[in-house]
Design a protein around this ligand. Sequence first.
Ligand SMILES: NC(=O)c1ccc[n+]([C@@H]2O[C@H](COP(=O)([O-])OP(=O)(O)OC[C@H]3O[C@@H](n4cnc5c(N)ncnc54)[C@H](O)[C@@H]3O)[C@@H](O)[C@H]2O)c1
Length: 235
Amino acid sequence: MKQKLALVTGAGRGIGLETARLFLEHNIKTILVDVDEIQLDKAMEELNNELAISFVCDVTDEEKVNELCNKILNEYGTVDILVNNAGIFRCDRGPFCNSISEHWRKKIDCNIYGTLYFTRALINPMIKQKYGSIINLSSITATLGAAGMVDYTLTKGAIKSFTKSLSKEVALNNVRVNCVSPGNIEPDNRYPEMSYMNRSGSYRECAQVIYFLASDEASFVTGEDYVVAGGRKKI
Ligand SMILES: NC(=O)c1ccc[n+]([C@@H]2O[C@H](COP(=O)([O-])OP(=O)(O)OC[C@H]3O[C@@H](n4cnc5c(N)ncnc54)[C@H](O)[C@@H]3O)[C@@H](O)[C@H]2O)c1
């Protein structure tokens, strides 16, 4: 059986790093991509796994993304699993009426364009080999809305629509496209009151759902949005 190859963006920490760790535990060769070189090096050191490969790349830089993806395709062949996880969401919050367009642009560039660039660059070989799984990180806030995070939630709504439409284009080629919508996934149980389970979710708990969607266990699942939020109560 061919060794599977996965690529995870924003893999230097958080959900992305935990997803990469889980893939590696399942013997999947995994490419970790992040804009933050120091964090990425730290992640690689921590993983200490010969199946892990890392590249520094800003997902908002179309030319660099295309360059990197061409290099990967030439060197390793088709990427079987793509996780578009890199995202900006913890910064520049506040009422929309006073918001700054530069802050919208940053989130739109990273959360939307980053996902589009990587997907377009890697999907054709998946289509050709009639096998692939793409998992995009949306957010529970795309469905529920969130005051003070209007620009962020609009990017995650776009990711949900993108996922649903693209899944229909490539379904006959056995390429599955799904999204995961986390809510309150924090390492330190920051806002337990937000979920009916009265706790935050761990990075691991989110990564496990991403892994399921990436795996052949989910071979008849496409165009779906998996919420990982412990029964979300309120924003
Ligand atoms: N943690 C949550 O509760 C939660 C909830 C909803 C959605 N999400 C989504 O899940 C994803 C991961 O969340 P997280 O909590 O692990 O976030 P995080 O901020 O801890 O990690 C994001 C990673 O993306 C990288 N990154 C940011 N901009 C980049 C760029 N331009 N190019 C390449 N890498 C870049 C960062 O360096 C970082 O390593 C994000 O898309 C986020 O919007 C998370």
